[in-house]
Ligand binder design. Structure first.
Ligand code: OAD
Ligand code: ZN
Length: 273
């Protein structure tokens, strides 16, 4: 039997849960309103949006960088010094990226673009899932694992077309010149291609709403984008599983899974709030 004291505690907990659900509900309604009236909403995404597609994030207790030292396996210096070790790491994590499928969060962003509530997606992700979900306007500031480049003659290969040599060769080489191949992703210590960076900054600067999704915003230049957007008086919205140090900076925050929250925003726009 539940004692009077326990039942009072239970109802206090219930009340708190209900209160936080109602708070999240009203924030979702407010975000829907902002997106509905935005002229140039830009989404800035990170690893968290792909978490429900089975791809791990980088930071945090179970993050990739808790198992690997990024300086040792994912820097341009480590690639140049020991490409074989780099490819061992790339093969270890790469297949998961190639096999992943878009989840409800990617699909929601594609729907926002299709219904003209989203101008473009600027992503730090290399998984290509935004395009596979249907987004047309995607700027990938850290590259895409679906392509591999020759470090000597710059020939680009579609990863899926050269899977055999990626599996068989210790360090896969270019069919034209024999140079070492490298996935078309930006490693630590490497510059983001100038054209891509200029384009991303331009979009963020001209946004009137910046929707950040599933990113800790720990890595430059993405970490500077909320401030850039604010210079244009954009509203900054953050959807993330946990708090980030940028939370106080944003106008709206929802803590939860992107795959749960984004479809609710799309739904709220649809019901004409
Ligand atoms: P992080 O791993 O730093 O952050 C991912 C964020 O997603 C965390 O704050 C999580 O709380 C949140 N998260 C986890 N699951 C989520 C879910 N289902 N829904 C919403 N949020 C969720 O990843 P990024 O910010 O993307 O760069 O990291 C940025 C860059 O650091 C990466 O592009 C990569 C990495 O080193 C390079 O490799 C150059
Ligand atoms: Zn080559």
């Amino acid at each position: 039997m539940v004692s009077a004291c326990e039942s009072a505690k239970y109802s206090a907990e219930e009340a708190r849960r209900l209160e936080s659900r109602l708070e999240a509900y009203s924030t979702i309604m407010a975000i829907a309103h902002e997106l509905k009236h935005a002229r140039r909403a830009v989404a800035l995404t990170g690893a968290g949006i792909s978490a429900e597609s089975g791809l791990g994030t980088f930071r945090g207790r179970d993050g990739l960088w808790s198992r690997y030292d990024p300086a040792a396996v994912a820097s341009i210096e480590s690639f140049n010094q020991n490409p074989s070790k780099f490819w061992e790491f790339a093969r270890d994590i790469g297949w998961k990226f190639l096999e992943a499928k878009p989840n409800a969060a990617h699909i929601a962003l594609a729907e926002l673009e299709a219904t003209k509530h989203l101008h473009c997606v600027v992503t730090q992700n290399i998984d290509g899932l935004h395009q596979r979900a249907g987004n047309k306007n995607v700027i990938e500031i850290h590259g895409n694992i679906g392509r591999v480049n020759c470090t000597m003659c710059a020939t680009t290969y579609a990863t899926e077309k050269i899977v055999d040599s990626l599996v068989q060769q210790d360090v896969p080489t270019c069919q034209k010149c024999g140079g070492a191949l490298k996935p078309n992703v930006v490693l630590f210590g490497e510059e983001i291609p100038k054209k891509t960076l200029i384009e991303a900054v331009k979009r963020v600067r001209s946004a009137d709403v910046l929707l950040t999704v599933g990113t800790s915003l720990e890595v430059y230049p993405a970490s500077s984008f909320p401030e850039l957007a604010k210079e244009n008086h954009a509203k900054v919205i953050s959807i993330n599983m946990e708090r980030t140090r940028w939370d106080d900076f944003s106008d709206y925050q929802v803590h939860g899974s992107a795959a749960d929250v984004l479809p609710r925003i799309v739904q709220a726009i649809k019901i004409g709030f």
